[in-house]
Write a protein that binds this ligand. Structure first.
Ligand code: ATP
Length: 375
């Protein structure tokens, strides 16, 4: 089926001096879909959004919105005629206008303005606050009004740039759900830029992972997590252990046993890096007593809010992150454990794609998710 895409970006490039902020970026946003764009600070997320919005011009590439060329190949449609709505971090509500007038701002002269504003106040579940001024609203309410204002002229796509970054964690989670619902109810496509992996995973119908100006992978969040395209994606989206494996017949032999390799099948005899998620290894308590050469020792623990991850080390120095199930009592630093591989299907990266930190012990340095990504 040849449906009109909400946004189509092809070969996009933007250079600032000697910084290539956006490099060969291709992205499609389908009608009604929420595409999240995840990447570390400085990877080019905001620049992509500004280029789509028309707030900046690309050095190369084309942009289509709702099937209409707005940039590249001789086209240069100004922002106000691109049919995009924007909810940017730094675009606040107009402080001197009521909620009603903020939402209706883009509809001046439209005979249906009153009906539309009322409809949007209902949509954001704030039917009785039209007369209030922005300073009389909570931070969360202000963001919902900002989304309503962006939706008012029925844009082809709403662009959101870290809209919740100034809010506290509980409110962020609440608003994520609210905004998702609002956009879904409106049936409007959206591009949502964030450096928060939870936000990208939970909000996106699909997510794009960017690093150094390039898009490394675009897919459904569960596919990005389960079949990351590159070592960077594996370690940036969730916690990943990269473990050496020797491929044969679509199976990789690791120090823990064999895993089935999905995705690109490595040639027989290849030694590469296999992704093992913390939950793919069972943790079994080892008896106390004289050092057991095959045991792993707990080095430290990390509570993510929903689970406890343990970093464990083998006697040969290899380290990795594991998740202990409920059957295991809370472990302390220094406790001995055995690890047992579950039935795992995972991806394998060829040896040339080693990430920084891969050591000679058969296990790569564990890499944290959003804070300390190797470049
Ligand atoms: P953050 O999450 O920190 O906002 P980002 O992924 O959105 O980062 P961008 O703001 O798009 O990244 O910036 C990408 C790169 O381009 C950075 O190295 C940044 O310093 C550079 N850059 C962006 N805008 C400009 C500009 N107007 N002039 C010069 N360099 C710029």
């Amino acid at each position: 089926m040849n449906e009109t895409l909400a946004v189509r970006v092809a070969g996009l490039r933007r250079v600032f001096g000697d910084v290539v902020a956006v490099d060969s970026v291709d992205l499609d946003v389908r009608p009604g879909e929420m595409l999240t764009v995840l990447g570390p600070s400085g990877c080019g997320k905001t620049t992509v959004l500004r280029l789509i919005a028309g707030l900046d011009s690309p050095d190369a590439g084309t942009i289509e919105i709702g099937g209409r060329r707005v940039s590249g190949g001789g086209a240069s449609v100004p922002p106000e005629r691109r049919r995009v709505g924007m909810v940017f971090q730094d675009v606040a509500l107009f402080p001197h206008l009521s909620v009603h007038d903020n939402i209706g701002y883009g509809l001046r002269g439209d005979p249906d303005r009153e009906v539309r504003v009322r409809e949007l106040l209902e949509l954001i579940d704030m039917p009785d606050v039209g007369r209030r001024m922005p300073h009389q609203l909570s931070g969360g309410m202000q963001q919902r009004v900002a989304v309503a204002r962006a939706l008012a002229p029925r844009p082809d796509v709403v662009l959101l740039d870290e809209p919740f970054s100034s809010l506290d964690a509980a409110l962020r989670t609440q608003l994520r759900g609210d905004v998702r619902e609002i956009l879904r109810a409106a049936g409007t496509a959206a591009v949502f830029v964030t450096h928060d992996q939870d936000e990208a995973l939970t909000l996106g119908d699909r997510m794009a992972v960017m690093v150094r100006g390039r898009v490394e992978q675009v897919d459904a969040p569960e596919v990005v997590y389960g079949e990351p395209a590159t070592p960077f994606v594996a370690t940036f989206v969730g916690t990943a252990n990269l473990v050496h494996g020797d491929a044969r017949d679509g199976v990789a032999a690791t120090r823990f046993g064999s895993v089935r390799v999905v995705g690109r099948r490595p040639a027989d005899g290849t030694r590469g890096l296999v992704v093992l998620r913390p939950e793919e290894l069972d943790v079994l308590e080892a008896p106390d007593g004289p050092a057991d050469a095959s045991a792993w020792r707990v080095l430290r623990r990390r509570f993510t809010g929903t689970e406890i991850l343990y970093e464990v080390a083998a006697s040969d120095g290899a380290r990795l992150w594991v998740e202990a199930g409920h059957a295991v009592r809370r472990l302390r630093v220094g406790d001995a454990v055995h690890l047992r591989l579950r039935d795992v299907e995972t991806v394998m990266f060829p040896p040339s794609r080693h990430v920084d930190g891969a050591d000679d012990q058969g296990v790569a340095e564990p890499i944290q998710t959003t804070t300390s990504v190797p470049f």
